[in-house]
Design a protein. Structure first.
Length: 279
């Protein structure tokens, strides 16, 4: 379940029916966030062929599950949270739910606005969230098609903000780099924790202790970075005493062939792959 965030008045003022297509981990996290902020469950319908027990429970609270277009009438907002490969088959079926004035909010990776417009119609906002959305700490970047109105953009912002912070861009081509940095970014952090634990074992620590130290260090450092007004570079410098143990380790990590070069190459490769998938 998503930890409730600060009250979102705009979310309360979104009019009409919201149809969520796909209630997996990310779609389910968004739905939990909406309901946690007080959105009326009877305003929401879910299209999900394999609903979880949590989604089935929400039916008793008013969520409509797998309705037909005739059951809903007009849909004000269609949120597409399908896997891209699923969307290729299911996307055209969603067109029956979307009218010319429908806001279509997509959180699918590698699926450009033009493809979503062709399959679903409506006014499209494309967004890239990341997995910390599941605990209300995600970061989402969004870009709107030209026909999206100010009111629709505000509605999309409110729906996305239910799982964390939101940034808007005007250039859709930047979404590939966004995917590489923040969409894929949690995996890089988890790899850091994994490898830090492995290095601890190699240095002689018991495996369980090394894993706990790595896990808590990464989690705590991330929270410190979140709460602090200082930059990551300043926080790093604050930990580093000249000639000390941290400086010795950073000498390896910041070498010419160190972490900077590895991370630059990794993000570039993820960006390249995102561009391939969007074609």
């Amino acid at each position: 379940m998503v930890t409730p965030l600060a009250s979102n008045d705009t979310l309360q003022h979104i009019s009409g029916t919201i149809l969520l297509a796909g209630a997996g981990k990310m779609g389910g996290a968004m739905l939990s966030g909406w309901l946690a902020q007080g959105l009326d469950a009877t305003r929401v319908a879910v299209m999900e062929p394999h609903p979880s027990d949590e989604i089935r429970v929400l039916v008793s609270k008013g969520i409509r599950l797998n309705p037909s277009p005739g059951d809903l009438g007009g849909v004000a907002t269609l949120v597409v949270a399908l896997k891209p490969q699923t969307f290729r088959d299911a996307g055209p079926g969603l067109k029956a739910f979307a009218g010319s004035s429908t806001l279509v909010l997509s959180i699918m990776a590698g699926t450009p606005i033009a493809a979503i417009e062709q399959a679903c119609g409506g006014s499209v906002v494309r967004a890239m969230p990341n997995t910390p959305a599941a605990i209300g700490r995600g970061i989402t970047v969004a870009v709107a098609a030209k026909r999206v109105s100010a009111a629709q953009r505000a509605a999309a912002d409110a729906l996305l903000r239910a799982t964390g912070s939101v940034e808007w861009i005007d250039d859709e081509t930047l979404m590939d780099a966004v995917t590489a940095v923040s969409g894929s970014g949690p995996a890089y952090v988890f790899l850091l924790a994994e490898e830090l634990a492995r290095a601890g074992v190699a240095a002689g620590l018991p495996a369980a202790l090394a894993e706990k130290l790595a896990r808590e260090t990464v989690a705590g450092s991330g929270e410190l970075l979140h709460r602090s007004d200082f930059s990551a570079a300043t926080l790093r410098q604050n930990v580093t005493s000249p000639g000390g143990t941290t400086a010795a380790a950073l000498g390896v990590l910041m070498a010419p062939d160190g972490l900077q070069q590895i991370m630059t190459r990794a993000v570039a490769e993820a960006t390249r792959r995102s561009r391939e998938l969007s074609k």
